[in-house]
Ligand binder design. Structure first.
Ligand code: NDP
Length: 296
């Protein structure tokens, strides 16, 4: 058996189209154009590319895109003052501060300064709590949200009752992923570096989400035949005898593809869905702020 390879680029394109249609409706019916402000501190090349892509896709969906680029040495109080202005700007419905921030800035203080209603990254403790308590107004972090939407597609919406194993317990991926799967009524197990006999746990799972940052850690013989495997990992590895580094996931793709029912590749799996989910969260946030229903 060979797994269905989940095309994250195509899934992201479908989601961006839905977002675009919803934006048109909001503009026509309510003169509401969702706006996303992205704040970038410093000139890290990878972050610059990421921010540029976000801006391009935001505009392509018919939304307002605002970019604020600050010098790497910006004092923390200036960054906080900018966040405060964005919190109070009615044209801005979503605020994203690109991480990581330079060492002299307290990342948590900045993230907690964002109005939870505009926290489209879902990292504010108020949103973490809302997600954990099942509040529909919770903003969920974009990467696990993207994984959830891909899983819904794979199971035709029937995630209820599936045994899901999330490997990794970080605040940005593992924990919110587990909460989102619980919200879908999966039976959720969370594994981490201290978990005993991970391969045995894995063999019981209908869904495996790997988010460890350990290249190709999840092997083919850990997977229950037909299971759906989502690989969140992004690891840049230079293999022996190869000149250029390659991106690999946390899953041994060549092995898992022989056993699983469906799996995501790296690159081209989870990655593209992350920005599409950011646009989605911004539209949802705009609707909640205006008090109108959202079609997404
Ligand atoms: P973290 O390093 O914050 O967390 C890794 C988690 O994996 C920890 O909970 C850790 O356990 C667990 N872990 C590490 N080794 C093992 C092991 N041998 N067995 C079981 N569990 C283990 O990473 P992130 O959650 O931030 O990211 C995970 C991966 O996802 C990375 O490759 C990252 O690059 C990628 N990523 C991809 C994104 C995308 O858009 N596609 C977005 C964000 C991240 P413990 O808590 O016990 O230490």
């Amino acid at each position: 058996m060979t797994a269905n390879i989940i095309d994250g680029k195509a899934a992201a394109e479908r989601l961006r189209q839905q977002v675009g249609l919803e934006v048109s409706r909001l503009v026509t019916e309510y003169q509401l154009q969702p706006g996303l402000a992205v704040v970038l501190v410093g000139d890290d090349p990878a972050s610059q590319v990421y921010v540029r892509n976000k801006g391009r896709q935001t505009v392509a969906a018919g939304m307002l895109s605002l970019e604020h680029k600050l010098d790497v040495a910006v004092p923390e109080n200036e960054l906080l003052a900018l966040v405060d202005r964005l919190n109070n700007d009615p044209a801005v419905h979503g605020i994203l501060v690109q991480l990581p921030l330079p060492g002299h800035i307290d990342e948590q203080r900045v993230l907690q300064a964002i109005d939870p209603a505009k926290d489209v990254d879902g990292f504010h403790p108020a949103n973490v709590g809302r997600l954990a308590t099942g509040d529909p107004a919770a903003m969920a972090p974009c990467t696990p949200m993207g994984c959830t939407l891909m899983l819904r597609e794979q199971f035709d919406g029937a995630l209820c009752g599936q045994n899901a194993l999330v490997i990794g317990r970080s605040n940005i991926v593992g924990k919110p992923m587990a909460q989102l799967l619980l919200r879908e009524s999966c039976t959720v197990t969370i594994a981490h570096s201290r978990t005993r006999d991970l391969p045995a746990l894995c063999r019981q799972a209908d869904i495996v989400v790997a988010a460890t940052g350990r290249p190709e850690m999840v092997r083919g013989d850990w997977i229950k035949p037909g299971a759906v495997v989502i690989d969140v990992g992004i690891n840049r590895i230079r293999f022996e005898g190869e000149e250029k580094a390659r991106l690999v996931g946390d899953v041994a793709f060549d092995e898992v593809v022989e056993v699983a029912g469906a799996t995501t590749p790296v690159p081209g799996g989870v990655g593209p869905m992350t920005i599409a989910c950011l646009l989605r969260n911004t539209v949802v946030a705009a609707c909640l702020q205006r008090g109108v229903s959202c079609g997404l």
